[in-house]
Design a binder for this molecule. Structure first.
Ligand SMILES: Cc1cc2nc3c(=O)[nH]c(=O)nc-3n(C[C@H](O)[C@H](O)[C@H](O)COP(=O)(O)O)c2cc1C
Length: 154
């Protein structure tokens, strides 16, 4: 049966879009068995999208000292539903932060902990001036999740 890794990426800029696209392309061009990666904006995510996913990757910017409003909005809308239906969901996190990223990482870890989601990789913070290597790092994170789901590690 086909399994979906849901990449929930807020992509307000060319750089953040490049991160998400790099991840999608990495998974599409690798052998991930019956696992596919689906890209959604947090604005479009509804409760069942996460319920139905084998794993979730949250990609957000840090803006004004916190996760993007789009990402926060998703949790505001869906948190209570997910609390009852998604315990132990495998999750990975990447944050694009022009300056810092610490507050966003702390907040996301707290939310994932509250939901009893299973963090399956250290949160990746792509911090500071843009580097093309960020795409490689995000791709490797996302590909690792897809391969891990396919092989039954997570
Ligand atoms: C209004 C605004 C507020 C921002 N606040 C923060 C912040 O608090 N911490 C931080 O690390 N970066 C901050 N940034 C930088 C963004 O994280 C960065 O621009 C965003 O992740 C997109 O990355 P890019 O500029 O490489 O496209 C801010 C950017 C804007 C436009």
């Amino acid at each position: 049966m086909c399994k979906t890794v849901l990449l929930i990426a807020h992509t307000p800029s060319p750089n953040t879009m490049a991160l998400a696209n790099a991840a999608i392309e990495a998974v599409a061009s690798a052998d991930t068995g019956n696992v596919i990666m689906r890209l959604m904006s947090p604005f479009d995510v509804r409760t069942p999208d996460v319920n139905d996913a084998a794993a979730v990757i949250i990609g957000t910017t840090e803006n004004i000292g916190y996760m993007a409003g789009a990402t926060k909005d998703m949790f505001d809308r869906c948190y209570n539903d997910w609390l009852e239906s998604t315990a132990a969901k495998p999750v990975a996190i990447y944050i694009r932060a022009g300056l810092d990223g610490t507050a966003t990482k702390t907040a996301l870890l707290s939310i994932c902990n509250g939901l009893k989601w299973r963090l399956i990789a250290a949160p990746l913070v792509a911090r500071g001036a843009w580097q093309d290597d960020f795409c490689t790092e995000v791709s490797e994170l996302c590909l690792g999740v897809a391969i891990g789901i396919d092989s039954g590690i997570y």
